[in-house]
Structure formats: structure tokens, C-alpha cells
Write a protein that binds this ligand. Sequence first.
Ligand code: ZN
Length: 540
Amino acid sequence: MLPRFDKPLRGLFEPRLWIVILLALALVLGASPVVAQTGDAASCVSTSKSVSCTDVAGYVSTSQSASPQAQQKQSPMGDQKAQPPEEPQTKITPQQAQELFRSVDEILNFVSKDTKLPIKSQVKRELAGREQVRKFVQTHMQKDKDAQRLARSEASMKKFGLLPQEFDLRKFLLDLLEDQVAGYYDPKTKAVYLLDWVAPEAQRPVLAHELTHALQDQNFGLDHWLQVRDDDQRDNPDNLDAGPDEEQAARQAVSEGQGMAVMMDYVLAPSGQSLADMPAMGEIFKQQTMERVGDSPILAGAPMYLREMVIFPYTYGLSFLEEVLTRGGKEMAFAGAFKNPPRDTREIMQPESYLDGHHVDPVRLPKLVSVLKKNYVGYDSGAVGEFDVYILLKQFSGPELAEKLSQAWRGGIYYLGRKKDAKPPKPDSAIPLSDLALLYVSNWATPEDAGYFAKAYSLWLPKKYKTVTPVAEQKGRAWTTEQGPVSIEVSGNRVLVMESFDPATAAAVRDKVLSRASESAPQPRHHMAAPVWASLGVLY
Ligand SMILES: [Zn+2]
């Protein structure tokens, strides 16, 4: 399900928040001398002996010795927590831009050494202004195909209950970009873009990140590699195929995780340290990000799914890289991950499944087109990956169950169909959710896990719908809501969810989908015990 609106942003969007957090962590861990000025989030100045940081948003208010062995607690250089972030009034000067442009080659050499990816050509460099960046994204988003995909993704996320019904996804993405972009590499133009509103000192670590993308591109063709394959699946949702969403999400995490790791190494380099010396840095970064997400009001105010989706490639990507680096060294962690990429978000979230080659096959369904097309026109379809399930569980059942049950994910697929007899929506207004029917099939490690997921899903219904009435003769399996019938059924290790389908179509789908369920054999798993779930109240 991971929505397909990343395309216009691909290679462009680097959230400033992560960069600031990573810089702050590196500074606290002893990187020096560093002068970091991130414009409106944090400012650090260094002398030969100390690094002092002032953070207007409140998360790096520290002043300490450059050496971790000789840390001195001093009062922060000003405490401006109450003040809103300030926009820098002055753009960088042409002279500063020239200096930055010159540093590109030096940083590119560092990146090549750090990643063991060879430099194949010079990297073009450009200076971009805010307006230019915004226009670039707007133009891409206005393309018919991308706009249509965005509308479809939005409808699916709303039907799953991941976005409020009135949410405007396009506006959110534009606002987020404007708030958060820190720099970018464009695989189309093969140029790294420096931003004229971000202070030069902050751009060097960002350059290390962007130039990692440049070398990924020179060695593996980044755009093509991230695309996975040409897919017209979303243009023909009747195909009912899991599509490339999961592979794309996994690959994006590889690409961004490497960018974060190199940036970290670049900042740490003057202190003689590197990411390899910092155990569990990915985990620390993940925690810091969750704690500090409030520094970006747009992200903090975003629905959980979007917030976590934006964070995912950077945080989980860094943890993935760390695991592969520990197990197989740089060759496997950088070039290796491009040559043999992880296949889905499960392999990013549980790197051992990638390293041990325990892949999950995508869910394949029997042909349903003839059944569905009588009353529905395919509107959207795709995969529901481990990350999606993790967020669904986290949002509706809480983080503890999400952490444990999502690991039992063994594939998922959804189809969103529009009722043929529905009235056409008014111009510029979304299709009402009651006119959209959702089919969601998921496979689980064991029949027991499938049962737990079905139970959890049924407990969410009162949070998704205004009225939920159990159907007496199908207790625990069927309900009626203001958007029509809902059914949740388990067969073997498979769960079938149908929302807003007419009874005849639902019965025909059930026959086809559940009769095949017993054919997929349960896969072993060892990671959790049922009593944990029992304590969470999701047992029957
Ligand atoms: Zn990046």
C-alpha cells in the first residue's frame, strides 16, 4: 500500500529534521571540530576545544568538550525553546556558493572511500532557491498520471482508516516539502542541488548524503533501480497484483540508509570515529527522531501513517545498513545491497530475514476479475506490507502489539473497487468512501497469528466507523456499518477482510479466496509467545 506519491519527490526530498538530529547526535558523541548551522533548527559553533550548540527547537541544548573523554557540563548557549524556528533572512552569497561548489569534489572523494563505490564522473552542481524547488515539485505533481495515483492512494489510505476522510494529501506533501527539504540530488539532471536558503556549513554534511546518491546513481542507475520495474499496475487496478510497492519501499530505505550512514561518517571523521564504532546508532536515531518529530509542526500534526512513512527510509534504512555492515562489511552493505536488494519492508525491518535469505513470497490470488467486475470498477490495488501492518496495528491497537504481531506478517494484498451504480462525484470532490469497496487478503506465519490479526482488526471497527452493529448469526465475523457490510474471516493462516461489498460479490470472493488458503503452508516463527497477546486483550 505504501503509496505511489513518492515519485515526484524521489531524489529530491531530504527531510531537514533527520539531518539535524543526526548532526546533533554526532556532536554529542564527540565529533569535532564541526561548525553546523542549519538555518532554522540548530546552530553549533566549534572552537579547537569545544562544541557548543544552541537549538531553538529544543533538542540540542548542550555545550561540551570536543573530546568525549573530557566532557564538561556547561550551561547551554542560550535557551530559546519557547521561540518558533526563524527563517534565515539572508541567502548565501555567490562567494559562499563558489566555496561550496569547490568542496563537492573533496566530499565526493570522502564518500567514495567510505562506500567503496568508485567515482565514474564529475557531479554537476547547482544552486536552487525555494521557489524553484517548490515549482519543480508542483509541476511533477500536476502531471495527470501522478495526480491520479495520488488520489487513488489517498482513497485507499482513507478506506483503511489511516487518513481522516477530509485529509488533503496533496496539500500536505507540498507543505511538508517546503518545511523540510534540506538538499537534493536529481538523477534526471545528474546534478546535486545546493539550497540558497540553507547556511553553507550545514550543507557540507548534507552534501555527503547527496553525493552518496550521486555515486549510487553512477554505479547502479538510481532512478531505474528505485523504480524496480515499469508498472502500470495502478493504472489497471483490476489486475489485482501486489505490484512493486514493497520492493520500492525497501530499495528507498537502502538508498537513504546509506546516505545517512555516510553523512554520519563524514561528521564523525574529524574525531577519528565512524558509524562502525557506534553500536545501535540506528536505534538511537530512531528514538531521537520519534521524540523530536514535534520540531516540525507539519510532521507532528500529520496522521501517524504519513509521519512514519516519511521517517521509515531514513531510520529503518540506517538500522538495516548497520546490521548488514556488521555481518558482511562495507562491500555487502553498499554495493552488495544494490546488487542483491531486499524485497520488502519486512527485510528492512528485520534485516536477519534478508541476511538469512528468508524471503516472503507475494500473495497471489485466484482470478477475481470476473467476480468483481460485475458490480465494481477497479480503482486501486497493491501490497499491504509489514510496515503497513505495523502502522495499522500501532495506530489502532498500540505499539506493543504492533511490534510483536507485525513480525508474523507473511504477505498482504488489497483491492479498492468503485461501485458501478454509484453517482459520479461532484467536480473537485473525492469519491465518497461508501461508494468504495475494500478487499484485503493477508497471510500470517501461523493460523494462530491469523486469528489474532482478525481479532485485532475487528476491534478497530468502532474507531473507523460511526455505527458498527454485529450480525447476530455471524458473531465475530460480520458487522453492518454506515458504509455497508464488513466481514473478517480466517481460514488457515489467511485473513480475508471485505468492507462495503454487496453480499453476492462478497460470497463469490469468499469462495475463491478462502478455498485456496489451506494451500499456503504455515511458516515457522519463534519470536513471540501467545501470553503477551493475551495480556493485551486480543485473544478470543
Ligand atoms: Zn537521501
